[in-house]
Design a protein. Structure first.
Lengths: 109, 265
């Protein structure tokens, strides 16, 4: 594999999807309905990435207390509703994850 | 203390907004560290890339999930064209980000739009969109907030990619340590505070439900379908619940999700 071609190819398509909408939509006003709908983009995309990550482990649906991504992920949702500060959710969530994984290996349940 | 806050708020400069942008994205940047480390390590060990090419991907492509998938495809001996096409599909969600930012950033000259587009990531989009939609802040300084945010993510991602590429071989099975949970908790930390209206909550439920059903689809197509369905449902619930709001242009202060000042408290 030519490494330079790989970098250039990936860089071009990635920059295109990031820049072209901003460039093309910059010259006229989008309909109000579209700009209102676009406010849902962050919640929709990030949720659609994170949820399968929690529920699927190694390609299989895993609804079990041994799935630490699911158990601690749900705990992080509760923490998020209570704290609202991303830094608190991230730090407490990561600490809980480490502790829960340790518990799972220490206690044969 | 109140006096200090007042003084700080009174002296908004490009520099202060640049620093505020860096601080705003700092928790997400920390969450990205494990990913950059694992990417650097795997690109060399599994993908067979040189340290230069590994850093080159982070420097010139700067798209975490696409970089991971490329390394996975390289390890399976996939050719150049399929990898580039997969990158395009995986990054299609940036079309939504870019289009969503367009109404707020259209006044910016090209020397701003080009670098800020190049540095657009999930984390930067999710944090700067709240600032762009905030009607209380001077528009001219928002670009500096965005710039500080993006530069912090870029510097962080590249530093830890390089460290992963250099020292990954000394951290065996680093990808199995569970450090990738940082991605899940980062996205949760961004999304949950936005779920303050019923349409937003329904949007998240639809996104999660559809993403589980479409999980097996190739090339992250499930992600695009789930996101599109969730945006459509969220918006139609909004127009049904608040028909009067449907004709108000954004930024719309009445349905403001959260404001800049709350972020640092």
């Amino acid at each position: 594999m030519n490494e330079i071609l790989l970098i250039v190819g990936m860089a071009v398509v990635t920059f295109a999807v990031r820049y072209l909408p901003l460039h093309l939509l910059g010259s006229f006003d989008l309909p109000i309905s579209v700009t209102r709908a676009l406010r849902y983009v962050a919640v929709a995309v990030l949720t659609a990435i994170a949820v399968p990550y929690m529920f699927y482990r190694d390609g299989a649906l895993s609804i079990s207390h041994t799935n630490s991504y699911l158990v601690v992920g749900l705990a992080a949702v509760v923490i998020g509703f209570r704290s609202k500060a991303p830094s608190v959710t991230i730090i407490v969530g990561m600490a809980l994850f480490v502790a829960y994984r340790f518990l799972l290996t220490a206690l044969p349940v | 203390m109140a006096g200090l806050m007042k003084m700080r708020r009174g002296t908004v400069t490009p520099y202060s907004q640049f620093v505020a942008g860096m601080r705003g994205v700092a928790p997400m940047a920390i969450g990205a560290i494990p990913f950059a480390l694992i990417f650097g390590a795997l690109a060399v060990s599994e993908g067979g890339l040189s340290i230069w090419a590994t850093s080159g991907l982070s420097l010139f492509v700067f798209a975490g999930s696409a970089q991971f998938i490329a390394v996975n495809l390289l390890s399976q001996g996939t050719g150049l064209i399929p990898i580039v096409l997969t990158t395009l599909i995986v990054n299609m969600r940036h079309v939504l980000y870019s289009a969503s930012l367009a109404p707020y950033m259209k006044h910016l000259p090209k020397r701003w739009l080009l670098p800020l587009s190049f540095w657009l990531t999930d984390e930067t989009y999710a944090t700067v969109i709240n600032v762009w939609q905030d009607t209380n802040h001077d528009r001219s300084h928002k670009a500096w907030y965005h710039l500080g945010n993006a530069v912090a993510m870029y510097t962080n991602w590249n530093l830890w990619t390089l460290l992963g590429a250099l020292f990954g071989s000394q951290l065996p099975n680093i990808e199995q340590w569970g450090m990738d949970f940082a991605l899940v908790v980062t996205f949760i930390s961004i999304v949950v505070p936005m779920l303050v209206t019923r349409p937003m909550l329904i949007c998240a439920l639809v996104a999660g439900g559809v993403s589980l059903v479409t999980y097996g689809m190739p090339h992250n197509l499930g992600l695009l379908i789930a996101a599109t369905a969730a945006i459509a449902v969220g918006y139609s619930v909004e127009t049904r619940l608040q028909p009067a709001a449907a004709s108000r242009p954004v930024p719309d202060t009445d349905s403001q999700v959260w404001q800049l000042g709350q972020k640092h408290e």
